[in-house]
Design a protein around this ligand. Sequence first.
Ligand SMILES: Nc1ncnc2c1ncn2[C@@H]1O[C@H](COP(=O)(O)OP(=O)(O)OP(=O)(O)O)[C@@H](O)[C@H]1O
Ligand SMILES: O=P(O)(O)OC[C@H]1O[C@H](OP(=O)(O)OP(=O)(O)O)[C@H](O)[C@@H]1O
Length: 207
Amino acid sequence: MKICIALTKGRLEEQFLNYFRTLSYNIDPLVNKGRKLSVETENFQFIFAKGVDVATYVEHGIADIGIIGEDILLEYQPDVYNLLPLPFGKCRFSLAEQEKKGVKRKQKRTIATKYPNVTTDFFRKKGESVDIVKLEGSVELAPLLGLADAIVDIVETGTTLRENGLIVTEDIHWISARCIANRSSLKIKRELITPLIEAIFPKEEIR
Ligand SMILES: Nc1ncnc2c1ncn2[C@@H]1O[C@H](COP(=O)(O)OP(=O)(O)OP(=O)(O)O)[C@@H](O)[C@H]1O
Ligand SMILES: O=P(O)(O)OC[C@H]1O[C@H](OP(=O)(O)OP(=O)(O)O)[C@H](O)[C@@H]1O
């Protein structure tokens, strides 16, 4: 029996594999995997999917473990066991807009975002009523082209905001990559999963 680990394709996959390699796991079969979406190593089966689908595979028990951005957990709230934060994928959810000094704010603003649930929750807590426009990417374009008054998006270095004339007006939530686990796998495959989790998270950090 192997543990199935679902990795978020792209940034997090690369960062996780670099981290995993430092834990002395052999990941050679993954190095030249080409377009394969499922690859087996000596101890694990790795599958590669988009973040929200990683959550779905773990929730349904197809994958035992998932590596996913906390942004996806906050937005979709999947029914999974949320383990500790990982030391990569660090960024934040921020509210950003064009710097317009002296311009009176509209009574009801339109906010563009990939994360409508996080955005709704944020503005509800602030007591501000807004309209939300859902986009799938390049969210920073929306204020420039007049689709929205502001955006809620991920900010890491701030380069994308800066190069598109936007500034952060409020930070909403700090984010890092997270390791998630299927609730039943943690019980059924405990003997296999425990050493993996102990390797990923230094012992003193396990709660
Ligand atoms: N600029 C960033 N810096 C650090 N982490 C980021 C950044 N953008 C996204 N992330 C984190 O990495 C995860 C994966 O992001 P990535 O852009 O690789 O995939 P995605 O958001 O699904 O985009 P795409 O639709 O292009 O595949 C996100 O869920 C988030 O946690
Ligand atoms: O602060 P920075 O370091 O510039 O990073 C932030 C950017 O990175 C992410 O976009 P991504 O590259 O995933 O592209 P996307 O807009 O298509 O989601 C995010 O949505 C921001 O646009």
